[in-house]
Ligand binder design. Structure first.
Ligand SMILES: [Zn+2]
Ligand SMILES: [Zn+2]
Length: 366
């Protein structure tokens, strides 16, 4: 086969278009060509489709992808953790790679802030060869230096894509903030990042994890993932009453650690109040710039809060995420988050369904 199909975002807020692009004749050393088995639709894809992030079009969306290796470039014979790699292996990969040499990569060890980072499914125009740098396509090209992970047989595509970029984001964020043994934790938001943060908090030694969010089906998912208490925004629409409820659940003090997984600026002001004095606050949900918000810095000083930010993830977080998923399929049913499956030609319908925030995880199976 010399060409393959991709579903392409050519204009913001317009239907995705099915295109044929030529597959590469030969691969660069260290590169790989993967046949896509499943591509997740992330909330970020909706923001990209709406033009809310600065990207160049046309682009093949999709940065949570699983596939089988079709061809390996010279020298790529092991995955990130050193396992031998061969054609036919089922793999996933990090959607971004850092340069490893710059000020942030080498000196400050914050590779997620590398200025050379570009993400598959976001930062590559697809009208230029080699075209296939996104998940919504029959094939995906992995460039040299990409971090490939061979998937163990017991770990399903659904679990990997169901956890998607949310789990690695949560692992990195909670690593930065830290959760101490017996901490009480509040998660603001019950979307994919909130559910992932819940799973990570539960296994990091938290004594109680409270999830604030909605609608109901998301809170039910939080309960399935072991939330000790949930607070429904529809039932307690008043911020002061939510604060009172959190205090009631935390011995009157507020939580040791609060994780924002909402993406709405007003959640941050509320979140600071949900922390106990001397508590920690992590802003994890603001991948898009949702605009400024009046915040009172006095709260940080008076309560002696520590505030953290976290962006994206590193390959080692993907490595831990895959082990975590393989170890605990019953405790944390990420595979069960996949609710809708679509063919490649239905990618636009899938994206529209996700944009209405009605479905669980939607996936494309080219
Ligand atoms: Zn994502
Ligand atoms: Zn760098």
């Amino acid at each position: 086969m010399s060409t393959a199909r991709a579903s392409v975002l050519e204009r913001f807020r317009q239907p995705l278009v099915l295109r044929d692009y030529p597959l590469p004749d030969r691969l660069a050393p260290g590169a790989a060509l993967v046949r896509t088995s499943m591509a997740g639709i992330c909330g970020t894809d909706v923001h990209l489709w709406k033009g809310e992030l600065p990207i160049q079009l046309p682009v093949i969306l999709g940065h949570e992808t699983v596939g089988r290796i079709e061809r390996l470039g010279e020298g790529l014979d092991r995955d990130w953790s050193g396992q031998p790699l061969k054609e036919g292996d089922r793999v996933t990969w990090t959607s971004t790679s850092s340069c490893g040499r710059c000020f942030y990569c080498a000196e400050k060890r914050q590779p997620t802030r590398c200025p050379e980072r570009r993400a598959y499914g976001i930062g590559y125009r697809c009208d230029e060869a080699p075209h296939f740098f996104g998940g919504y396509a029959e094939f995906h090209l992995l460039q040299p230096r990409v971090h490939v992970f061979k998937l163990p047989d017991g770990l399903s595509d659904e679990a990997v894509v169901g956890a998607g970029c949310a789990l690695v984001t949560a692992i990195h964020g909670i690593e930065r903030m830290g959760i101490e043994w017996r901490d009480t934790v509040v998660i603001q938001g019950a979307g994919p990042v909130g559910i992932s943060a819940l799973a990570v908090a539960k296994t990091s030694g938290a004594s109680k994890v409270i999830v604030i969010g909605g609608p109901k089906h998301r809170l039910e998912m939080a309960e399935r993932f072991g939330a000790d208490a949930t607070i429904d925004l529809d039932e307690l629409p008043d911020s002061a009453r939510r604060l009172a409820r959190v205090r009631e659940l935390t011995g009157g003090h507020g939580a040791d650690a609060v994780v924002e997984c909402v993406g709405a600026p007003q959640a941050v002001a509320e979140g600071w109040e949900l922390c106990r004095d001397g508590g920690r606050y992590l802003v994890l949900g603001h991948y898009c710039d949702a605009g400024p918000q009046p915040l009172n810095p006095h709260v940080i000083t008076r309560k002696q809060l520590t505030v953290f930010g976290s962006w994206s993830s590193e390959p080692r977080h993907m490595h831990s995420a895959l082990k975590f998923l393989a170890d605990r399929p019953d405790q944390f049913p990420f595979a069960g988050m996949v609710t809708h499956r679509f063919k490649l030609e239905q990618a636009d319908a899938a994206l529209q369904l996700v944009s209405r925030w009605e479905a669980g995880k939607c996936v494309i199976e080219p």
